[in-house]
Design a protein around this ligand. Structure first.
Ligand SMILES: N[C@@H](CCC(=O)N[C@@H](CS)C(=O)NCC(=O)O)C(=O)O
Length: 309
């Protein structure tokens, strides 16, 4: 998904910088009522998103399980200042957010504009997520999570070769690649996904319109190539199979971690959270046995610890 999104955004970057009028000119040609809205939307500062993903998704799931305790670190181990540079719908960023939310680590979010990336100009590493912890940048979702986990649980260092590690690798090597072909499966699902991406991401008004339609079209074609690359013939079947593979791995336990989620539970939950209420996620829950675990995870992860500004 990441590479594919990168390609789509690359195409869009080129399209916006060459063949289309400069956004500002285009904005000026829009009717007054829309331009006043545009003025509000197109501030060049990174715009913190007012709806946390967790909040946005929580409305439709009936929570029937008893509330489980979250795992806040002891106050002396808690990082003081945590900032996540992200794209709202990026699966790797959502893995990190699930970890931070579950551990009640307060964090600010800087939504990166995927076209200009100006919010991460200071960084040599040009992908997201980047997490700054008390000023030190950490990169790569799995590394970020391991380093933070070791910091807040020094007594239980992440093991090199445990069951959780195997499934965390499965998330990065398999599960994320099944998602794009599903959420961009046909034109209506690609538009639904880009409606979500553009309404939660950091885009100017003009970019928002362009990205929604051009992005949906680009990703529709990119996802066909991804299917070939990852040998997927029926994308929904692959998604259902991945969901059932995960349920089998649980082997009757509430969580892979037993009575409480471990890093693999948080990784699977993190990458599924942005798609849960898209058509693909609804189909997945309706057609597989993953729903009960997902609902337990929602309860366990609870409220987002994101600091709203
Ligand atoms: N292995 C990295 C992958 C990160 C990644 O590929 N992020 C994507 C967004 S989902 C990205 O920043 N792509 C580059 C781009 O958008 O230009 C991780 O786990 O953090």
């Amino acid at each position: 998904m990441a590479r594919a999104q990168g390609l789509a955004f690359h195409l869009l970057r080129r399209a916006l910088s060459s063949s289309t009028p400069k956004p500002r000119l285009l904005v000026q040609s829009i009717t007054p009522s829309i331009s006043s809205y545009t003025h509000h939307q197109s501030s060049s500062r990174p715009r913190p998103i007012s709806l946390a993903l967790a909040g946005a998704l929580s409305f439709s799931v009936a929570i029937s399980t008893a509330a489980l305790a979250k795992e806040p670190p002891s106050p002396d181990l808690l990082p003081r200042n945590v900032v996540l540079y992200q794209y709202e719908a990026c699966p790797f960023c959502n893995k990190v957010k699930a970890f931070l939310d579950y551990h009640d680590i307060p964090y600010e979010v800087v939504e990166v504009n995927p076209l200009s990336k100006k919010e991460i100009k200071w960084s040599e590493y040009k992908k997201v997520p980047i997490l700054t912890v008390d000023g030190d940048p950490l990169v790569d979702s799995s590394d970020i999570i391991e380093k933070l986990s070791n910091r807040i649980h020094p007594e239980e260092p992440v093991l090199v070769d445990d069951e959780g590690k195997k499934w965390r690798r499965w998330v990065d090597d398999h599960l994320v690649h099944v998602l794009s072909p599903n959420i961009y499966r046909n034109t209506s699902e690609a538009l639904e996904s880009f409606e979500y991406i553009t309404s939660h991401g950091n885009f100017s008004f003009t970019e928002r319109l362009t990205v929604k339609y051009a992005g949906a079209a680009a990703m529709y074609f990119v996802s066909k190539n991804l299917k070939k690359k990852y040998n997927i013939t029926d994308e929904r079947a692959a998604l259902y199979e991945a969901a059932e593979t995960w349920v089998d791995a649980l082997d009757g336990r509430n969580f892979l971690g037993g009575s409480k989620p471990n890093l693999a539970d948080l990784a699977v939950f993190g990458v599924l959270r942005p798609i849960r209420h898209l058509r693909a996620g609804r189909d997945m829950v309706d057609n597989t046995h993953i729903g009960e675990w997902y609902t337990r995870m929602e309860t366990a992860v609870g409220e987002s610890s994101r600091i709203m500004s």
